[in-house]
Design a protein around this ligand. Structure first.
Ligand code: ZN
Length: 383
């Protein structure tokens, strides 16, 4: 079906994936009622006098003037102790100073087919959410950091899109509500007409495609309350990449009806298919269109799917590590030869898997956020 080896360089520019975060503007959003009363929202948003962190923010004490070296030399241990006690009393007497939340969004702008990572650093907060495309997406928390992903469809409408970010404190009070705009830019996908004949032609029926989608989709949405993976994903096959994500496809000379929702790896029937990263098997089964397949839930709304397999070797609920053998390459379903069709699904949207398997393009969001020194923090409260 696919001729030749596609150059990986044809994929979206990877450099943008580690570009600096978008700078958000402070802006009151009155229409967003996020599980709190309007009064709370009003007091949590808006002008500086309503700064949710203003109460806790203290001006720095003046440094001691006229330091006398002699006096310093005479400083006794008692004086040091006194200073420490005084500092402790001050800390007890004054409200705790909350650092202002930092929000990272990358990449920005975002191209069709890309995954967006949002990281919120908010000490003292207990919950954070995104609002995107009419959906509320809760972020995963580890200590002071909240992370979340969402996907941009390969054929997503280009232009500005609103993104909201909310942060809540221990009493359910809203500490921050920000709305910003993400610019979705077009990607110049390749176009391919694919010849399908024989028994496979029946699989082009839109009803077959819908049935395939409906059987799998419930198992690749939702969010585990933990991140199962660490670090970069591995290619699930040793084979060459033979087709890229996003390719606009027509069949037998007809109109374009769909895009390629994953990347294909060529190879021999029976060759090993391994998990791209750790997770839990959420589905294993067969559809007419994708043949034998298996889906792994990696947590945080990120899933990977492996299709056209000759054999599926794991069952739903199985915990898998990165590199676990989960199946064998085949040509079941709509395939003219043995290959692996591999997908990455983020919040129910199939995205370009390539950034997930290239070193440092998608760092572990709970670990070193700035591996290449390319990211800078964005201070919302001062913008
Ligand atoms: Zn494919």
């Amino acid at each position: 079906m696919y001729s030749g080896t596609v150059q990986m360089l044809d994929s979206p520019d990877p450099e943008r994936l580690v570009s600096g975060p978008v700078r958000l503007t402070r802006r009151t959003v009155l229409r967003a009622i996020v599980g709190v009363g309007v009064g709370v929202l009003l007091s949590a948003c808006g002008g500086e006098e309503l700064d949710p962190f203003a109460q806790g923010r203290q001006t720095s004490p003046e440094p001691a003037a006229g330091d006398d070296p002699q006096a310093a030399a005479q400083t006794s241990q008692e004086a040091v102790d006194e200073q420490q006690v005084s500092a402790q009393q001050q800390a007890l007497a004054l409200p705790e100073e909350l650092p202002e939340p930092l929000v990272y969004i990358l990449p920005s702008p975002v191209s069709q087919g890309e995954t967006v990572l949002v990281v919120v650093e908010a000490p003292g907060a207990t919950a954070a959410s995104l609002w995107w495309q009419g959906q509320s997406l809760s972020l995963l928390q580890r200590e002071n950091r909240f992370v979340g992903f969402f996907g941009i469809d390969a054929n997503a409408q280009v232009g500005p899109r609103a993104l909201g970010i909310g942060v809540w404190g221990p009493q359910g009070e809203q500490l921050l509500w920000q709305e910003t705009v993400i610019e979705v830019v077009a990607f110049d996908w390749t176009v391919d007409d694919i010849q399908i004949d024989g028994p496979n032609a029946a699989l082009l029926d839109p009803a077959v495609r819908r049935a395939d989608h409906d059987a799998r989709q419930p198992h690749q949405v939702g969010q585990s309350q933990q991140l199962h993976w660490l670090g970069v994903f591995d290619p699930p096959s040793d084979g060459q990449i033979t087709a890229l994500y996003g390719e606009q496809r027509s069949f037998n000379g007809g109109p374009i009806t769909e895009y390629h929702t994953g990347i294909d790896f060529g190879g021999e029937t029976g060759s090993a298919i391994r998990t791209a990263n750790s997770g839990v098997v959420s589905w294993a089964g067969r559809t007419r269109r994708r043949g034998n397949g298996i889906i792994v839930d990696h947590g945080a709304g990120v899933f990977s799917g492996y299709y056209h397999l000759s054999e599926v070797l794991r069952t739903p609920g199985t915990v898998v590590e990165q590199g676990t053998l989960i199946g064998r390459m085949g040509a079941t379903g709509l395939a003219t030869g043995p290959h692996l069709h591999w997908e990455v699904v983020v919040r129910g949207v199939t995205v370009n898997p390539l950034p997930w398997i290239r070193l440092l393009e998608f760092p572990d969001p709970f670990q070193d956020l700035n591996p290449a020194g390319a990211l800078q923090s964005t201070n919302l409260a001062r913008s």
